[in-house]
Design a protein around this ligand. Structure first.
Ligand SMILES: [Mn+2]
Length: 320
């Protein structure tokens, strides 16, 4: 961790010691890092006898239902005053959806997105960190931590690095993982939970979807549309990361574009092996990381998909 982050880290440690009640929030469309960092910090604060409310203003995908402590996370909230709010893994307040309206007390912003707007009263934003879970662990290790809290954080780190495979994996990631393992975390068990737990019915849907993928060999772009009926089906459960990972396994695929149809828009997810898809998403009104990002396409006409693909192609070409 770089030197300039240490003063902010001490400020947060002091806030944890002094304050009594905490709200912990993260972004809509919660992923493994959002859930892992929320559970990790909630669990640790509870062991310190703090009053804790964890709140994510969205459906919690079924893949997270087996995580210890997941029942702590509320998806509905009534206003309660808290001394401080932890905002985790979110570049800005808008990413929190409804949860953004309930922030109270000192805002502690912990994140690794390069486009974080530093909205907190204290900001611990480290773009070189693999995950928010990694930052949270390195903060909490100054407090007594139990295996459950560390397991949740390991889950977050493992999912945000694609199992130590994405470009965001670095020396700090392995060092943190080693420190985590020393708490008795079961690496294999968590890896199976993150990467080998697609329900049978969901796998059948993935196979169906994969029959209709497209490639643009000029810019090594693979793209695919997830229609509304798939997105809303009981078996699909919003869990598109395994699908994105499968598409990225294609040798010719440098960049993946997945159009996820919602009632009023397409949510467009991008992944790339070497291009900066964070910059592309920002150019198109969204945000994210260098190798994983997303934006909303509000025009649902078929021509809008072709237009968007052309824009992405141009932006990819411009990066050479
Ligand atoms: Mn993250």
């Amino acid at each position: 961790m770089k030197a300039e982050y240490i003063p902010n880290q001490s400020k947060i440690i002091k806030l944890i010691q002094e304050k009594k009640s905490f709200l912990i929030v993260s972004h809509v469309y919660p992923d493994g890092d959002a859930i892992g960092s929320v559970l990790g910090i909630s669990n640790a604060l509870i062991s310190l006898d703090k009053k804790v409310v964890a709140y994510i203003a969205d459906r919690i995908p079924r893949q997270f239902s087996s995580l210890p402590g997941i029942d702590l996370v509320r998806t509905k909230y009534n206003v309660e005053e808290t001394d401080a709010t932890f905002v985790l893994d979110a570049s800005n307040i808008e990413r929190l959806g409804e949860a953004g309206n309930f922030i109270s007390g000192s805002i502690i912003n912990i994140d690794h997105h390069p486009d974080n707007s530093l909205f907190g009263d204290v900001n611990l934003v480290i773009p070189t960190a693999s995950s928010t879970s990694e930052i949270v662990f390195n903060l909490l290790k100054y407090f007594p931590l139990n295996k459950e809290a560390v397991s949740a954080l390991y889950y977050g780190l493992l999912s945000d690095t694609g199992g130590f495979m994405y470009n965001n994996t670095g020396e700090g990631t392995f060092k943190t993982a080693l420190d985590m393992i020393r708490y008795g975390v079961s690496a294999g068990e968590i890896a199976y939970k993150v990467f080998y737990s697609i329900p049978y019915a969901t796998m059948k849907i993935y196979i169906d979807v994969l029959k209709d993928i497209h490639i643009d060999k000029e810019v090594n772009l693979v793209w695919c549309i997830l229609p509304l009926e798939v997105m809303e089906s009981e078996a699909f459960q919003d869990n598109t990361s395994p699908l994105l990972d499968m598409l990225l396994k294609i040798e010719e695929a440098g960049t993946i574009v997945l159009f996820k149809e919602h009632k009023d828009k397409y949510r467009v997810s991008l992944r790339s092996k070497s291009k900066d898809v964070g910059a592309i998403a920002r150019a198109l009104g969204g945000g994210g990381h260098r190798s994983a990002s997303a934006f909303d396409l509000l025009n649902k006409q078929e021509s809008a998909i072709i237009d968007t693909l052309n824009k992405i192609k141009t932006l990819l070409g411009g990066q050479n």
